[in-house]
Design a protein around this ligand. Structure first.
Ligand code: AMP
Ligand code: MG
Length: 489
């Protein structure tokens, strides 16, 4: 068996950045799934005792488990101390390709940051994070990854008794906007500088050579987040709990709690049971990420310029570019979804016009866009069928066809086929639908049956392929519809 080679750069930061803490062993670890392609990519030995490692019953040599300190705005309210209350960073591995990756355990027991919590995770949320993180990855969207899920053989108490589980998570890092806020709240200028230098080295090495490295760092985090949220919007993803502690500096989607994908397109859709004010509704996400970035900017002011007023001017200038950055990325994604090549001025309006009609007709987001691929080849029936009022689609399709005819791609003989093929790489056939996730969790939790989980994870690995026979592609029937999702904490 090959040993895991660790190089724990975060654990070499000063003591106040974390609390050392081994995972707490569990009664009866049982490996549910090991992500073999990911293990291979990371250079990890699939034959290692992953059940015991992920459960925390074996701490591999070279690991230096720590609970990371962080703060965060939760639903707009600042908590100066959150931190890993039910997770540890086991250590960092360097992949055969030279990338540094955190190996993190979620649900691994109490830490110095647990407050009243039990430090554990229930099986349902662990499966949920595994499914959705890997689906996001297959969709090409930056995300933390799921390396493995393990059941603990222990019970955790939520509203009801639940089987316990641990998730092994891989991330470019677990540094959050809230990590910067932790040091800013303590007016720890040295800590902020060390953290920023560490984050720059890991995520934005080019910034180190910029005239103002910290401003360049901020701009790069902003660029990554603008692109990330645009990609979420393009697949109908609602993160659900975009607190600043759940916003990663790496630009990866992190912390899959009450997240959900839209079924019917509804711009102000909220699934999370605790998001009473609809703060994190689908259409609010660009605005919220900009707000979170402003919180990061506040932490960096003194690093950007000793003259705080001058620093404020600089970050204001940067934040003012967010709207355009986001919209450019979002519109580009929509153009690909509609099969359009070179940009034209009215493209965003054309896409938004379709979305309005979808909202009025209660059209399923994923199915409608996937059906457009067939429509591009001449078969409009599947697309029309998505609308309670098919005439609403017909009226839009007239404008769309006129736009397609002007498109550069339209000049070739193979245009419809080529366009449809390109659209099939922008409009997934399958997304992790809430009711399927719920069904998979139900089978695992009440029936100890993991076959539906495995088949859902497998189906989501190839989202660009039609899978007409899969039970996982259809929108929910009325009696299957999930209306609320939960943090599961
Ligand atoms: P989350 O909502 O999962 O992003 O977590 C917010 C904060 O609550 C983080 O500091 C978590 O570590 C902490 N937390 C969540 N669940 C638990 C738990 N079961 N035990 C201890 N801390 C928890
Ligand atoms: Mg979190």
């Amino acid at each position: 068996m090959n040993a895991i080679v660790f190089d724990n750069s975060y654990a070499r930061l000063p003591d106040r950045f974390f609390a050392p803490r081994p995972p707490t062993p569990v009664a009866a670890p049982c490996l549910i799934r090991l992500n073999l392609p990911l293990a291979a990519e990371l250079g990890l030995d699939p034959a290692a005792p992953w059940g015991d490692i992920v459960a925390g019953n074996t701490v591999p040599p070279g690991a230096e488990p720590i609970a990371m300190a962080y703060a965060g705005h939760q639903f707009g309210h600042f908590s100066p101390q959150l931190g890993d209350g039910r997770a540890v960073l086991l250590g960092e591995i360097v992949t055969p390709g030279g990338a540094r990756r955190d190996l993190h355990l979620k649900g691994s027991g109490r830490t110095a940051f647990s407050r009243g919590g039990d430090g554990r995770a229930a099986l349902g949320p662990v499966l949920r994070e595994y499914i959705v993180a890997e689906a996001m990855h297959a969709l090409g969207i930056p995300t933390t990854r799921a390396l493995a899920a393990v059941s603990t053989g222990e019970i955790v108490y939520r509203e009801t008794e639940q089987p316990g589980a641990v998730l092994a998570r891989i991330a470019a890092s677990h540094i959050r906007v809230g990590t910067f806020q932790y040091f800013a709240a303590r007016q720890d200028a040295e800590g902020l500088r060390l953290l920023a230098d560490h984050a720059i080295a890991r995520h934005t090495p080019d910034a180190a050579g910029a005239p103002n490295p910290y401003r360049a760092f901020f701009q790069s985090v902003m660029a990554r987040q603008a692109s990330l949220v645009a990609q979420w919007m393009n697949v109908g993803f609602i993160h659900g709990v975009m607190n600043t502690d759940n916003t990663a500096i790496s630009g990866e989607t992190i912390d899959y709690g009450p997240c959900a994908f839209l079924d019917a397109y509804e711009p102000m859709k909220v699934f999370s049971s605790i998001d009473h004010g609809a703060r994190y509704a689908y259409a609010n996400q660009p605005r919220i990420i900009q707000w979170n970035l402003a919180r990061l900017a506040e932490c960096l002011l003194l690093l950007i310029d000793e003259d705080v007023d001058a620093a404020i001017e600089q970050v204001k200038e940067d934040l003012a570019t967010f709207g355009t950055r986001f919209e450019t990325a979002y519109a580009e994604g929509l153009r690909r979804k509609l099969g359009l090549g070179a940009a034209e001025d009215g493209d965003l309006d054309l896409a938004e016009n379709l979305l309005e009609r979808m909202a009025e007709s209660g059209a399923d987001f994923t199915r409608t866009f996937r059906a457009l691929c067939a429509a591009a080849e001449g078969d409009e029936r599947p697309a029309r069928a998505c609308f309670t009022d098919p005439a609403a689609f017909d009226a839009w399709a007239i404008q769309w066809r006129a736009r397609l005819a002007r498109d550069s791609l339209a000049q070739t003989d193979h245009a419809p086929t080529d366009r449809a093929a390109a659209m099939r790489t922008a409009n997934p056939a399958i997304i992790p639908r809430n009711h399927r996730i719920a069904a998979v969790i139900e089978a695992a939790v009440t029936g100890n049956d993991f076959a539906p989980f495995h088949s859902l994870v497998d189906a989501l690995a190839t989202p660009w392929t039609d899978q007409p026979d899969s039970p996982n592609i259809l929108p929910p029937r009325d009696d299957e519809r999930v209306t609320q999702t939960f943090c599961g904490t």
